[in-house]
Design a protein around this ligand. Structure first.
Ligand SMILES: [Zn+2]
Ligand SMILES: [Zn+2]
Length: 394
């Protein structure tokens, strides 16, 4: 059978698998059932399987021929802590948890590719199929790396994929440069002197200072960062006083938020500038300020060489290939895998956003029509990346 025939023949199995994963969502670092299924299917396909990196992480390795090049393909396995709001046959069976980002689809695609590549054995080199836990803000990729992922499984390049509602299922976007923003969090605590609400002159009021700080905060993006460089600074939490105590000026205000950028330089700038404003505000109002900036996820920036390899595979498989597509202000910890080696992260078409249901919406569902194109893309990428006829030395 040809490649498309054998993938076609596997589609009913893969579709049932995707729906089964959808019905049994698990949160980050708790992907016990999912990782059992992944490991079993990889073993059945004849791959060597390593478990335990990042707790529930699974790596399947397929080595064919004498090529020395090694590449990593990444899928994320976790779901989100939110209820599924739409009734469907494969609706989540776990209250308060759902696959609202399509990681059930990502896991299925990569398993489908592992099965196909193990059947065809049409390359020369080594592929590591990396199934990571906890992409949704819990640091699964970071943990796999810090527990030795690339010592055990060295990779000359890594590839990642995310489904994208709004692109057709026969469409893919493969774009060099920034794809996803860095995702960091920050906290500022203003400490003053609490006093009677009627006698502000006897204290130091952190609430008024907070108002000034929050207004000034948006001048970082508006007045400090290069206007040609995207950046976001948002305050997302303000905690002070008590809602039913309206005659006490509290001693402290705690403010927290997020910061996003697409380059290391702007990311450094945001960290420094939020702190400068916090300390400056404290000085202005006679308070003290504690400032903490936590680096969570670096930006995902596609490498030229890895991007051109992915683009070649995309053009072989898809009718429509976009080479320009707006980057997302979301983050993906694939960045932790691609930080020290060439990487490319692509957007796989997922069809129209049904009734407006996009990622992280309670009505979202991965489109099974995208399974075939996704499996073909991964398969073709490996067979080009580790082309048998050049003995993997390309
Ligand atoms: Zn998500
Ligand atoms: Zn996602």
């Amino acid at each position: 059978m040809t490649m498309s025939d054998t993938i076609e023949a596997d589609l009913p199995f893969l579709t049932a698998l995707r729906r089964d994963l959808h019905a049994h969502p698990e949160l980050g670092f708790e992907e016990y059932r999912t990782s059992d299924i992944v490991a079993r299917l990889l073993e059945e396909a004849g791959l060597s399987v390593h478990r335990g990196l990042g707790g529930t992480g699974v790596v399947g390795t397929l080595q064919i021929g004498n090529g020395t090049r090694q590449i990593g393909l990444r899928a994320d396995m976790d779901a989100l802590a939110m209820p599924e709001l739409v009734d469907r046959p494969h609706r989540s069976t776990v209250p308060g948890k759902m696959h609202a980002c399509g990681h059930d689809g990502h896991t299925t695609l990569l398993l489908g590719a592992a099965r196909e590549l193990a059947r065809r054995r049409g390359f020369s080199g080594t592929v590591h199929f990396i199934f990571q836990p906890a992409e949704e803000g819990r640091g699964g990729a970071d943990r796999m790396v810090s527990e030795g992922l690339f010592d055990l499984f060295p990779c000359d390049a890594v590839y990642g994929l995310h489904n994208m509602p709004g692109l057709d299922v026969d469409e893919i976007a493969v774009v060099e440069g920034p794809q996803l923003a860095s995702s960091d969090s920050w906290r500022v605590t203003f400490r003053g002197i609490g006093t009677h609400g009627a006698k502000p002159h006897l204290g130091r009021d952190p609430v008024t200072a907070t108002g000034s700080f929050l207004v000034a905060l948006q001048t970082i993006v508006g007045r400090v960062v290069d206007p040609l460089q995207p950046a976001v600074v948002s305050a997302c939490s303000v905690q002070a006083g008590q809602a039913d105590v309206l005659n006490v000026i509290p001693e402290t205000v705690e403010i927290g938020g997020t910061a996003r950028a697409y380059s290391a330089e702007v990311r450094d700038q945001l960290e420094a500038e939020i702190g400068r404003l916090a300390n400056g505000t404290a000085t202005t109002f006679g308070l003290s300020a504690d400032y903490r900036y936590t680096r969570r996820i670096p930006p995902v920036v596609n490498h030229p060489d890895a991007t051109s390899r992915a683009l070649g595979a995309a053009r072989d498989v898809f009718g429509k290939v976009r080479t320009s597509f707006p980057p997302s202000t979301a983050g993906d910890d694939f960045a932790a895998l691609a930080q020290d080696r060439p990487g490319c992260y692509v957007w796989l078409g997922n069809g129209p956003a049904v009734e407006g249901a996009i990622h992280h919406n309670g009505g979202y569902d991965f489109n099974d029509e995208a399974i075939g194109p996704g499996v073909r893309f991964w398969t073709r990428l490996v067979e080009r990346e580790l082309a048998a006829d050049d003995h993997g030395t390309a």
